[in-house]
Structure formats: structure tokens, C-alpha cells
Design a protein around this ligand. Structure first.
Ligand SMILES: CC(C)(COP(=O)(O)OP(=O)(O)OC[C@H]1O[C@@H](n2cnc3c(N)ncnc32)[C@H](O)[C@@H]1OP(=O)(O)O)[C@@H](O)C(=O)NCCC(=O)NCCS
Length: 226
């Protein structure tokens, strides 16, 4: 859990207009401006993709469990972009409900879904580190269903997550890990200002002699001056 007491206050990311910027932010004035911020939920947003499709971006609710499990299964079965194998994941309703609960109850975490025609086609999670000295740095992950890729869904999810993180009181930095071969994902991350912070040679082994490097990327969302 996040230890700084201020993060436990009940905030709502929706009411926040935080221009924290990157030049340094006084912590007290920031908290005054974001009085309403940052439980692990976002307000529902409706968007139209450049393809004309309508997409809702929102926080998940318990009724989404089956749709979330289907989305995760699709990604793990595809297998190309994640380290987790299908048999390594707990595809039970209870586990998925716990995921939703952890995201919505912890002010340093958020889970965001993209939905169209009652189907979840994209999901983004941000998880803060538990240790107080690492809790200013949160890890982000994202997936979009195969047939919905390159249509702008990832961009909507990312924009929403960065808005949330900018308004969230403790998070100063977002970080992520990506296969060095994942050109589309790296394109999305660069578009949102993520920079490379390291490379893990042959981090992932797909099979005998089949390795992929891992890339670590980060982006500041605000910098406190004290
Ligand atoms: C990576 C992923 C989340 C991106 O989501 P998306 O909905 O496809 O992304 P968008 O359509 O919003 O595109 C965002 C940016 O990504 C880049 N991009 C998109 N498609 C691309 C492609 N085919 N090749 C290279 N870059 C591409 C571009 O920079 C694009 O911005 P632009 O549309 O302004 O040019 C999605 O493709 C996905 O889920 N892939 C499989 C799972 C995965 O790789 N997850 C990340 C693991 S670290």
C-alpha cells in the first residue's frame, strides 16, 4: 500500500484540471489544486475513433469480469507480446474481481477499459510500487484486441491514464517494459513522450535460441520540488 497519508484522501480524478507540467511542482499547492483527485477510478468518457467507431473509456465494474477475462485470454493465447503463458494465469472470476478491487481501492492504482458494443477491446493498468521509497514510480501495461489495433484505442487509453496520473498525488513517473521487437507498442510509448531507460539483453526466451531483448521505458508526469 502507498504510505503517504495524503494519498488516502478521497479524490476524484474527473474534477481535476492539473497543469503540473515538468518544471517542478510545489507539493502543497499541487495538493490544493487536486483536492478532488485520485481514487483508482476515472470518469466515463465517450469517443469516436478515426474509423467512425464509438468507444467508451471507463473504469471497470464487477459486471465486467467475464469480458475482462475474455480480453486477457485473447492476449495470452496470442502470445506474441506478453511473457505470461495462458497456463500461468488464474482465469477465475474471483481473481479478476480481486484485480478490479485492487485497482479501484488503491489510490495509486487504476484500471481503465475501452468498450465498444458491449465488448471490452482494450485495457490499461497502472500499479504503484508498494515500498514508500518507490511509490512515486508506477508501472503501466496496456493491451488492445487484435482487430482493434492501429485505430486509436491505445491512444485513448494512454491519454486517459496520463491525465489520471498527472492528477494523482503521489505518482511522479510512469514506467513500463516492452519487447524490443514490439514496434507498434514502442511507437505508442514514444508518441506519449516515453524514453528508453535501459535494455535487458535476451530477457525473454521464446524457445531454444529464440531470445528477445526487453526495453524499459519511463516518463515523468510531474516533478515535486520538495
Ligand atoms: C501496443 C498497442 C497497445 C497499441 O494500441 P493501438 O490501439 O494499436 O495504438 P493506436 O492505434 O492508438 O496507435 C498509437 C501509436 O502507435 C503507433 N503505431 C500504431 N500502429 C502502428 C504500427 N502498425 N506500426 C508502428 N507504429 C504503430 C503510432 O505511433 C500510433 O500513433 P499515430 O496513430 O498517431 O501514428 C496495441 O497494438 C496492442 O495491444 N498490441 C498487442 C499487445 C501489446 O503489444 N501490448 C503492449 C505490451 S508492452
Amino acid at each position: 500500500m502507498i504510505c503517504a497519508p495524503a494519498t488516502r484522501e478521497s479524490y476524484s480524478a474527473t474534477a481535476v484540471s492539473c497543469q503540473a507540467g515538468f518544471d517542478g511542482v510545489n507539493r502543497d499547492s499541487f495538493f490544493q489544486r487536486v483536492k478532488n483527485t485520485a481514487m483508482g477510478t476515472i470518469a466515463r468518457q465517450e469517443h469516436r475513433l478515426r474509423t467512425g467507431d464509438n468507444i467508451v473509456v471507463r473504469s471497470p465494474v464487477p459486471d465486467d469480469v467475464q469480458a475482462l477475462l475474455a480480453h486477457r485470454r485473447e492476449l495470452f493465447d496470442e502470445g506474441d507480446f506478453v511473457v505470461t503463458l495462458p497456463e500461468e494465469y488464474d482465469f477465475t472470476d474471483e481473481h479478476e474481481l480481486e484485480k478490479i478491487r485492487q485497482a479501484t481501492d488503491n489510490p495509486g492504482n487504476v484500471l481503465i477499459v475501452a468498450e465498444t458494443a458491449g465488448r471490452i477491446v482494450g485495457m490499461l493498468g497502472v500499479e504503484s510500487r508498494a515500498r514508500q521509497r518507490l511509490s512515486h514510480r508506477a508501472t503501466l501495461y496496456i493491451t488492445v484486441s487484435r482487430e482493434w489495433r492501429s485505430r486509436g484505442v491505445g491512444t485513448l487509453l494512454f491519454r486517459s491514464a496520463i491525465d489520471w496520473a498527472e492528477a494523482q498525488p503521489t505518482i511522479e513517473q510512469l514506467c513500463l517494459a516492452v519487447f524490443a521487437t514490439n514496434v507498434r507498442a514502442i511507437g505508442l510509448y514514444r508518441k506519449f513522450g516515453f524514453l528508453e531507460e535501459g535494455r535487458q539483453p535476451q530477457e525473454v526466451k521464446f524457445g531454444p535460441g529464440q531470445y528477445v531483448d526487453g526495453l524499459l521505458m519511463y516518463r515523468f508526469v510531474k516533478r515535486f520540488t520538495e
